[in-house]
Design a binder for this molecule. Sequence first.
Ligand SMILES: [Zn+2]
Length: 75
Amino acid sequence: MICTTCGGDLEERVTDLPFKLGDRTIVIVKDVPVLQCPDCHSYLLRDPVMAVVERLLESANRSIELAIVRYADAA
Ligand SMILES: [Zn+2]
């Protein structure tokens, strides 16, 4: 796939991604498979990966400020 920002070739990578939930909760999802641009470092999540991340975020504990979850636990 092609980077929508700069036109570079996206590469398969595994990375940790932070997501903000509500006003004060940050969830870090570890080891997420992404397509990342080696030139501008923007990234894309495939639809099935996004669905897994959304499931993780829905079940995240919003009463704590920082939660760390593993992608593999929901995949
Ligand atoms: Zn790019």
